[in-house]
Design a binder for this molecule. Structure first.
Ligand code: C2E
Ligand code: MG
Ligand code: MG
Length: 745
């Protein structure tokens, strides 16, 4: 039993010895004995092709990684590469998670001061200087050089070699290049293999490596100088020494011969920017051109549609729609031309169609429109509303033109069938509407057509007439206006227009204080026409200035003649509101006149009607001011006839107010009118302005005015306007005599 126990003890001892032996053998034989030990290797991944993260495999690869992997494989390790999180190798050295770190040139102290131990050299890495635009660098010792912050260790080595070199560290390559381009550093320094990668970036094409490599550095793995550290390094060194040169060179060649740089968006833009821009411009141009073509085609189609809608396909006249538009357009472009609109209709057109067929009817309509168009201009229009209803918009050229149209168009249409050896005479009924000023301000074509149609219906009822007017007065007026305008130049030259004088008297003293020059026209065709009619017509036609220049000159001639006879007279002349335009220099005109006729400025009073001041105040006020400066007396004519504003009296530079007694007393309660006049007289007197009343027709009015403080008067009561010869005979004696008789009666 005891022997058996001893046997068991011996067996246990032998077993335990075996286990101990096995363990110690395992530990002696290194990591390979129990499967490969995995080492965590920390490397920077910002330096392709030495260390970088391969996107497709999601692992860290590169020359350095592959070399170490080969050496570690020889030493029986498996490596797990991790990207360096720390800013520098020194900081990373303190991180216990890492078994090995790379790259080391030589052993350094960690950030916390721990010593490190490094492996044998894996390869010699060349370091190259890069400059901007191939700049030549003479003295390396005096250079300002930029480097990666993570190459702090290398920086220290370089500093040792070139003590006067100024080294600045930057976080990444972009910062390095910025510093180089801005001149903060003269050159950049980095591993030559890394440069071969970085310089593939298109935007760095201005950077070039200096041919001379300034130095090469060892490329080692390292770790903290601990027992374990030393153990790992010892194994690694064995692996490194087993690494054949051919393998190392193969790895380097593999990475440096491949094009590893991958273009990002900005690289493409930089490299192919011009081409991309050209492409984009081409694309935009194509889009714009297509858009324009599309719009042009659309416009063309719209235009065609509009033309179809606006035109009558049978006759070529406008449709009612087109006619409406055209008339509005014509009126807008020709606001000063007189127009009429006629509504025309063929009598018994239905009978014609029945007798000769629809085609013959159509031919007749086309012929009618064609003939009409032959006599019409671009600023006139013809439209077919329906069937045989044709509207014409035409210049109102008077009865002469109507006759001409009858000849050129209506008679031709009348004989349409006769000239084709058929016995039917065509009769056209026309209603004419003459446009009024309101039609120019607010053109309503449908209304005009309606009015013309009303006239046409009347004509139809009356079998004798072929045309009639909706508004014959307007036509008459238009005809008279045309006669006035047409004849003005002849009238001025031929003596048809004369200047008459209406004396102005002082009712208190019986003296003649002056006269107003008023023009008279004995028209060859229309007889005596009053300025009340022809002045507005000439104003509208823009011709009143021609007339006034004639009147003013005639007055000056008379004044000069009277001066020569020793009679110093004063005459008031009328100035139309249309004479005083911004561009017409009326004050200068009068100044030249009195110089020519050797008059004194006090002999001319300039009458400007009250309404002119309210309409165009600024330049009329300016003209008044200048006239007064030249010594003329300025009068506000027809005061009380328009919208007199009390403010006006304060602001407008005039010498005399011409109160229109007729306007002030004509309508409403005469008593109230008189009260208003009496207050006005007081006000004007109080304002220190001179005053004259015009339109005085009887002694009661004259007395009333005098009693209220206005003695200067003009009116039929004293004398009507007289031709110059009669006015010359009209003396103070005659007026005094007349007044004495009047007072006595
Ligand atoms: P006006 O300047 O207010 O001229 C006074 C008008 O009143 C004159 O009319 C005159 O004949 C008329 N008249 C004078 N006394 C009486 C009266 O007691 N009772 C009535 N009922 N009327 C009286 P006329 O000559 O027909 O002139 C009318 C207007 O035509 C003038 O009004 C003036 O504004 C304008 N006019 C006349 N001649 C010229 C001229 O040569 N150039 C310009 N631009 N306008 C003129
Ligand atoms: Mg007047
Ligand atoms: Mg007047």
């Amino acid at each position: 039993m005891k022997a058996k126990r001893n046997f068991n003890l011996i067996r246990a001892l032998i077993l335990s010895l075996f286990v101990v032996l096995c363990f110690s053998f395992m530990s002696f034989a290194g990591p390979e004995a129990g499967g490969k030990e995995i080492l965590t290797v920390c490397v920077p991944v910002d330096r392709c092709p030495v260390f970088y993260l391969d996107d497709s495999k999601e692992e860290i690869i590169g020359i350095g990684a592959d070399l170490l992997r080969e050496a570690a494989d020889n030493a029986g390790y498996e490596l797990n590469f991790v990207a360096m999180k720390e800013e520098t190798l020194k900081d990373a050295l303190d991180n216990e998670e890492y078994d090995i770190l790379m790259p080391f040139g030589s052993a350094i102290k960690s950030a916390s001061g721990q010593s490190s131990i490094v492996s044998d050299n894996l390869m010699q890495t060349p370091f190259t200087i890069v400059t901007e635009n191939n700049r030549n660098l003479s003295d390396l010792n005096k250079l300002k050089v930029g480097m990666f912050r993570s190459l702090g260790g290398v920086a220290e080595t370089v500093k040792g070699m070139y003590p006067d070199m100024e080294i600045s560290l930057y976080d990444d390559m972009d910062d390095c290049v910025k510093a180089l381009r801005s001149g903060d550093v003269d050159a950049l320094l980095h591993n030559s293999y890394v440069w071969s990668f970085i310089l593939q970036k298109p935007s760095y094409e201005d950077l070039s490596p200096q041919t001379s490599t300034i130095f090469s550095m060892d490329f080692r793995a390292g770790t903290r100088d601990t027992d374990r550290g030393r153990d790992i390094i010892e194994h690694l060194n064995r692996g490194i020494s087993d690494l054949p040169d051919t393998v190392s060179q193969g790895i380097v060649l593999d990475y440096t011969s491949r094009n590893l740089y991958k273009y990002n968006f900005f690289d493409y833009i930089h490299k192919y920017g011009a081409v991309i821009l050209l492409g984009v411009l081409l694309f935009i141009a194509i889009i714009i051109i297509s858009q324009q073509r599309y719009t042009a085609v659309k416009l063309q189609q719209e235009q065609k549609m509009r033309e179809l809608l606006d035109h009558d396909s049978l006759t070529g006249a406008l449709s009612i729609n087109g006619f409406r538009k055209k008339v509005v357009e014509i009126l807008r472009d020709n606001p000063d031309t007189k127009y009429f609109l006629s509504y025309n209709n063929i009598r018994d057109f239905k009978y014609i169609n029945d007798r000769y067929g629809k085609e013959a009817g159509d031919e007749l309509l086309s012929f009618w429109v064609k003939k009409s168009m032959e006599v019409m201009g671009d600023d006139e229009a013809i439209g077919r509303i329906e069937g045989d209803h044709v509207v014409v918009f035409r210049h109102a050229g008077g009865n002469k033109q109507l006759k001409q149209d009858e000849n050129d168009v209506i008679n031709q249409v009348r004989d349409f069938f006769i000239s084709r050896n058929k016995d039917n005479k065509i009769r056209i009924c026309s209603g004419i509407y003459v446009l009024t000023p309101e039609d120019y301000r607010n053109p309503d074509v449908d209304h005009m057509v309606d009015y013309a149609r009303v006239a046409e219906k009347k004509v139809k009822e009356n079998l004798k007439e072929s045309y009639g007017f909706y508004n014959p007065d307007q036509w008459e007026r238009g005809m008279r206006s045309a006669d006035i305008i047409e004849n003005l130049p002849i009238a001025i030259g031929s003596g048809e227009i004369q200047v008459w004088y209406q004396p102005q008297v002082n009712f208190e003293t019986g003296s003649i204080t002056g006269a107003e020059a008023l023009c008279r026209w004995k028209h060859s065709k229309l007889g005596w026409i009053s300025p009340g009619e022809f002045i507005p017509v000439l104003e509208e036609a823009g011709l009143v200035y021609d007339l006034d220049c004639f009147v003013w000159e005639k007055v000056c001639q008379d004044l000069q003649r009277w001066n020569d006879q020793g009679i110093h007279r004063t005459v008031s002349v009328n100035v139309s509101r249309n004479d005083i335009k911004e561009q017409a220099d009326i004050p200068n005109h009068f100044k030249e006149l009195i110089t020519t006729y050797r008059l004194t400025p006090d002999q001319l009073h300039i009458e400007i009607t009250e309404t002119a001041y309210t309409e165009n105040s600024s330049y009329i006020i300016d003209a008044s001011r200048r006239l007064r400066e030249y010594g003329f007396e300025v009068e506000m004519d027809d005061f009380g006839s328009g919208y007199s504003s009390l403010r006006m009296l304060k602001e407008i530079p005039v010498d005399r107010i011409k109160l229109d007694f007729r306007f002030l007393t004509a309508n409403g309660d005469p008593e109230k009118g008189r009260i208003i006049v009496s207050y006005m007289i007081r006000m004007v007197n109080d304002l220190g302005l001179k005053l004259i009343s015009e339109g005085v027709e009887d002694i009661i009015q004259a007395r009333f005015l005098q009693e209220n403080g206005c003695s200067d008067m003009q009116g039929f009561y004293f004398c009507k306007p007289l031709p110059v010869e009669e006015f010359e005979k009209f003396s103070e004696e005659s007026i005094k005599e007349f007044l004495i008789k009047a007072v006595r009666s």
